[in-house]
Design a protein around this ligand. Structure first.
Ligand code: F6P
Length: 371
């Protein structure tokens, strides 16, 4: 075991259910092994602003079931490109503040940092590590992959995804009865960025009639046709589960907002309303839409996420104790493993159009409104 006495832990990027379960797993196992654990607040922002605090056993007890993160998170804190002011036109001024981050790391005598985050956070960790190496600072980073979107390369599953799917499914189940009462076509927009995993799983689990994914080009006319066919055959309502990144052939993804201070500035949203209006116009069927939004990121993690988060945390500590540096904990074919930290950077794991789940959905008559 390398000489590791103190570790830092941070949660970066968008939150998701199960973050606290990983913090608990990492911190408890480290503490039992005699290490000191420092909690870094609000992701990398806590390093930039030197907001770090020692964690006690009491701090990490009773948090397994709690949503969010006791450490806070930020999705706009890349130390190598941090917004430190504004130009006269309002655009942000970026500066490299990795120097102060390394000073904070040295000040707290951290031998390693466990970064719980997505691909962007792993890239940031890598950039900090490169800078540390240049300055002759020996620092280990171990990554734990999180996102409700389940779109990280290198791992078959991320914690948070199962809870988001469960939340979306429960919501769509509720939409069913009101859709049936009013004979409406209901569009339920779910999250996922450019990946359709949440829409695919929640769509199948809720028995949605039409599922629209970013990975499968569809036409609005085919959405109308699928809903009208159902209507003609006696099912006077339809449920459409649409991923926020879905777009009809010839159309563009709908952007809800752009945050120039964020490393990933585009926020998708609005396709549900757009399709609801268009389908009502073209088909004459009455339509409504609902955007599930951040509800999918909240709440207590489902048992599968609690277990996965605990296993990821355990593997992160084992990886560290084995003297490995710069690894990302992953789940591959049901087994825990670790890969180079940056193997997931800049890539997204999207739904493969030949995925067998699609065939299973088609088997029960689900439409993807494909061209
Ligand atoms: O990546 C997680 C996610 O919830 C996406 O599904 C969604 O597009 C995005 O984050 C929303 O980000 P924000 O919390 O910044 O609005």
């Amino acid at each position: 075991m390398p000489h590791i006495k103190r570790i830092g832990i941070l949660t970066a990027g968008g939150d998701c259910p199960g973050l606290n379960a990983v913090i608990r797993s990492v911190a408890k196992e480290a503490m039992i092994a005699g290490l000191e654990v420092i909690g870094i607040e609000d992701g990398f922002l806590g390093l930039i602003e030197n907001r770090c605090r020692p964690l006690s056993r009491a701090d990490v007890s009773g948090i397994l079931t709690i949503g969010g993160t006791i450490l806070g998170s930020s999705n706009k804190s890349n130390p190598t490109r941090h917004a430190t002011g504004k130009n006269p036109d309002g655009s942000p001024i970026f500066s490299d503040v990795s120097g102060p981050c390394l000073q904070a790391i040295a000040g707290h005598r951290l031998d390693a940092i466990v970064v719980i985050g997505g691909d962007g956070s792993m890239t940031v960790a890598h950039q900090l590590w490169e800078r540390a190496m240049k300055d002759g600072v020996d620092l280990h980073f171990i990554g734990v992959p999180k996102t409700i979107d389940n779109d990280l390369c290198g791992t078959d599953i991320t914690f948070g995804f199962a809870t988001a799917v469960s939340t979306a499914t429960e919501a769509i189940d509720k939409v069913h009865s009101t859709a049936a009462s009013h004979h409406r076509v209901m569009f339920v927009e779910v999250m996922g960025r450019n990946a359709g995993w949440i829409a695919l799983h929640a769509g199948i689990a809720s028995g949605s009639d039409i599922i629209l994914l970013p990975e499968l080009p569809f036409t609005i006319d085919n959405v109308c046709k699928a809903a009208m066919d159902r209507s003609r055959h006696g099912s006077r309502h339809s449920i459409v589960c649409v991923s926020e990144g879905a777009k009809p052939i010839g159309g563009e993804k709908i952007i809800a907002r752009i945050d120039p201070t964020s490393p990933d500035p585009i926020r998708l949203g609005g396709i549900g309303k757009y399709l609801s209006d268009e389908v009502e116009k073209r088909s004459g069927l009455e339509c409504r839409h609902v955007v599930l939004g951040h509800i999918q990121r909240g709440g207590t993690p489902v048992p599968a996420d609690r277990v996965l988060a605990t296993r990821f945390g355990h593997h992160a500590i084992r990886t560290l104790f084995e003297g490995k540096r710069h690894r990302l904990v992953v789940m591959h074919k049901g087994e825990l493993a670790d890969i180079p930290l940056t193997d997931c950077a800049g890539k997204q794991r999207l739904v493969d159009p030949s995925d067998r789940l699609l065939a299973a959905a088609r088997g029960v008559g689900t439409s993807f409104a494909e061209a």
